[in-house]
Design a protein around this ligand. Structure first.
Ligand code: ZN
Length: 357
């Protein structure tokens, strides 16, 4: 067992060094087979910085999962010819670093999973849903907002995350689980907001107008905190599990119950807490890691506008790896792909019992 982890660490170092040296795609360091690494490393679907939903290439192998982060808690997942968008906040305005594409460029998607209805998670869900015909999933407070935006409600699935709502799609299932929105301490947030106001340029009239228009495409309903934040457990047909959590709140009893049932996930895509102080963001990240037990952790919601602070990920990675040295942490820039051979967990005997034949 010890040797396996040594090999894992060595493979990890080689894979990461190799991919940064070549400027190519990330290769799942959990892979123990050279053939797997070769196929993903040479795959345009695992190296192009173009979203598949905006016309980029699919991975060559149907078993390959390609993950691209596109700011805040947006991710594009591509697997088995399917495109899943996690959150939909693309046209962020001139106060933000550009993502390299616009909402209008997203032409193809099968499913959009909305973690919650705040503007920075759903502002483009209605337009992208209409253009792509994707199924759009969200909590009641989220889909109520979609209903006010000329969404075709036949495409929309409202979920509470309280159980019994398993959604089946081509090659995977999605289990909505009621989470909880982040609640960073007011005194900390106010102090940092004051400091930012004092040290950065205020929005121009034009920027403020743009910001208000974008804000109108999300909700600020108070129900978002306790009833409107949904974690999604995505289980591929080969047993590979992904947990998506787009706000850094506490782990709920619903999440604990779901994780007690499934045990672990392969990949966790989890928002960094908005509490500014690393002592607080680390504490929450450890709570998430202990709950979801991922092999691979990718942070979300850590970028910000030009005049705001990005949330540091390294202190989280450091603390998580001190507790779990086998954890693989991955954070890449906008649209850089991260590829996984989803059959690996089966080869390593980590598939759930139901898929182990
Ligand atoms: Zn929020």
């Amino acid at each position: 067992m010890k040797n396996f982890f040594k090999l894992l660490a060595a493979t990890c170092a080689i894979a990461i060094a190799g991919c940064s040296g070549l400027g190519g795609g990330f290769v799942d360091p959990r892979s123990t087979g050279a053939a797997d690494s070769r196929s993903e490393a040479g795959d345009p679907g695992c190296s192009a910085r173009t979203l598949v939903s905006t016309g980029g290439p699919f991975p060559n192998d149907a078993q390959t999962l390609a993950v691209r982060w596109t700011g805040y808690a947006n991710f594009e997942l591509v697997y088995n010819g399917q495109i899943i968008l996690l959150d939909a906040y693309f046209d962020r305005g001139a106060m933000f670093p550009p993502l390299g594409f616009k909402a209008a460029d997203v032409k193809r998607a099968d499913v959009i999973l909305l973690g919650h209805g705040h503007v920075d998670h759903m502002s483009d869900a209605a337009s992208v849903g209409a253009r792509t015909g994707a199924v759009v999933v969200g909590a009641p407070v989220t889909t109520e907002k979609l209903a006010t935006q000329n969404s075709d409600m036949k495409q929309v699935r409202t979920v509470t995350g309280r159980g019994g709502e398993l959604l089946r799609f081509k090659g995977y299932t999605v289990e909505p689980i009621l989470g909880r929105h982040g609640e960073p301490p007011h005194d900390v947030v106010e102090a940092f907001d004051r400091a930012l106001k004092a040290t950065t340029a205020p929005a121009t009239a034009e920027q403020a107008k743009e910001r208000a228009e974008i804000r109108a495409r999300g909700t600020s309903d108070k129900r978002v905190v306790a009833e409107g934040t949904i974690a999604y457990l995505i289980t591929l047909d080969n047993g590979f599990r992904i947990l998506f959590r787009d706000s850094g709140g506490i782990v709920t009893d619903y999440e604990k119950a779901a994780m007690a049932r499934v045990g672990r996930v392969d990949l966790a895509l989890v928002a960094v807490s908005a509490a500014f102080l690393n002592t607080l963001t680390v504490e929450r990240a450890l709570e998430h890691m202990r709950a979801y037990r991922p092999d691979v952790f990718m942070p979300a919601h850590h970028d910000g506008p030009y005049n705001d602070l990005w949330r540091a990920t390294e202190p989280l990675f450091q603390a998580m790896k001190e507790e779990n040295p086998q954890l693989v942490t991955v954070s890449r820039v906008y649209r850089e792909p991260v590829c996984f051979n989803t059959a690996n967990n089966i080869a390593r005997g980590q598939a759930p019992a139901a898929t182990m034949k």
